[in-house]
Design a binder for this molecule. Structure first.
Ligand code: S3P
Length: 182
């Protein structure tokens, strides 16, 4: 197995992909890329505006382009938006040398962390965020479950989750080890 040159963090909204990704990138000495932030930069408007003005399919196309760009880089930790990896084929077709990690969170905890009323997550902005989160999560789980590794984030700090990811990366010879950190 070649060494891992890239990490992609996937999972539902509020699972901590961006916070954990930043810590991992710092610990590895790699770059950190937040997929939503790249889309916002490319589009010049925030995520809720992209959804409202151009629709979800426009957002997904921009997201796919930015993900492809990020995954062409080496020594990078990519925090994908919750919907990116949920689309069939994403995790099965990652470039060689990429390790995917599913950060698990329950719908209840996701809604607590994602603060639906903040308006930042258009998919949870409806009248029943918890019902929507449960439905979306159960539909997406089979795709998230294709990730190489999974870590439960419930009741764990960002630092703990990052430490667990690093531990798994180093101890699972079937994945991509050793980590190439230089
Ligand atoms: C989405 C998740 C969001 C963002 C957009 C859609 C989703 O990212 O990409 O609101 O479909 O789950 P986070 O998972 O970082 O919140």
């Amino acid at each position: 197995m070649p060494p891992s040159r890239r990490l992609v963090l996937v999972g539902f909204m509020g699972c901590g992909k961006s916070s954990v990704g930043r810590v991992l990138a710092r610990r590895l000495g790699w770059s950190f890329v937040d997929l939503d932030a790249q889309v916002v930069k490319a589009e010049g408007r925030p995520v809720p505006a992209i959804f409202a003005e151009s629709g979800e399919s426009h957002f997904r196309a921009a997201e796919a382009r930015e993900a492809e760009r990020a995954l062409a880089r080496d020594r990078v930790v990519l925090a994908a938006g919750g919907g990116w990896a949920a689309q069939p084929g994403r995790l099965a077709n990652l470039p060689e040398g990429t390790t995917s990690v599913w950060l698990r969170v329950s719908a209840e905890e996701a809604v607590r962390r994602a603060r639906p009323r903040s308006g930042k997550r258009p998919l949870l902005a409806g009248p029943d965020p918890l019902g929507t989160a449960r439905e979306l999560l159960s539909r997406r789980e089979p795709e998230y479950a294709r990730a190489h590794l999974e870590v439960d984030t419930e009741g764990r700090t960002v630092e703990d989750v990052a430490a667990r990811v690093l531990q798994l990366l180093e101890s699972e010879p079937g994945i991509h080890t050793p980590l190439e950190t230089r």
